[in-house]
Design a protein around this ligand. Sequence first.
Ligand SMILES: [Zn+2]
Length: 339
Amino acid sequence: MASAVQPILQELDRIIEENAARLEVRTICEVVDAGQRFPVRSLCLGSASREAPAVGFFGGVHGLERIGTQILLSFLASFLEQLRRDEQLERELAAVRLVFMPLVNPAGMSRGTRSNANGVDLMRNAPVESRERVAFLVGGQRVGPFLPWYRGPRGGPMEAESSALCELVRSELLGRPFSMALDCHSGFGLRDRIWFPHAHTRRPFARLAEVHALMARFGELWPEHPYLFEPQSRRYLTHGDLWDFLCAEAEASGRVFLPLTLEMGSWRWVRKSPRQLLYRLGMFNPLPPDRLQRVQRNHLVWLNFLCRAARTYREWLPVGEDRARHERGGMTDWFGEAA
Ligand SMILES: [Zn+2]
């Protein structure tokens, strides 16, 4: 039963052991399922200053979607490896904080389920109610844990894993002048998408101009990139999104926090190899090892870009008329309004 998660936990342990001097490792919570204990850990590196910009990487919120965790572990391992040889990278790292929570839902990964051991979908678990028409079931439901997308009992506390994620975001990201997050998922559509808030409403995100400027910068550097950038609300609306919940906190503080979701278009892997459909994990993960490696490699450019963009945010974060221009660009590109 635990076989799906064991190699991933071993890889995480190996990275921690080999880089003990470099990484600040914390067990934010512990989950017990069927007599097994699973630590939920965060790994931080880089600047210790509270004023340094930061980027947080999150994976494995949905236990079935192993690929998100695998991408983050391979990125972290290669980044640490490069640090040993590259003094320039070492100097750059001194100006930015990197935060990793690569496996938010280890019990779900062990069970091979989207939800955690209590049957709760962690990405529907925040106290955020959509007042608009959410997608049936997929938008989050309170009927019970026997159906997917269960939000947890009404009025109940958040699940340990969701609380741990929020606590880490508050302590490591929100207090800074600038921070970003990337939450890695798979399972939707044929294309790789980068989603930004909101999930609970079609109203534009308060940081639309900043997101537009970030994506324009990426497009200038990598014109051939594979991603489709869009607000999640363009696809479907949900209750309980953790990132919408944390966004509201950041907005109240006036700090810039840009939470993004990488949604890997896994249907493409299925189309290339329909045999994947025979396996439940195949809908969410590239199964042949060579394809897994290719998928991991393909996203390294984007992950490296985010680290660099966080470090150099003062160079591209738009202000004044430039900000107004990006705001109009965002409205035209994503909300169908003429500039
Ligand atoms: Zn997911």
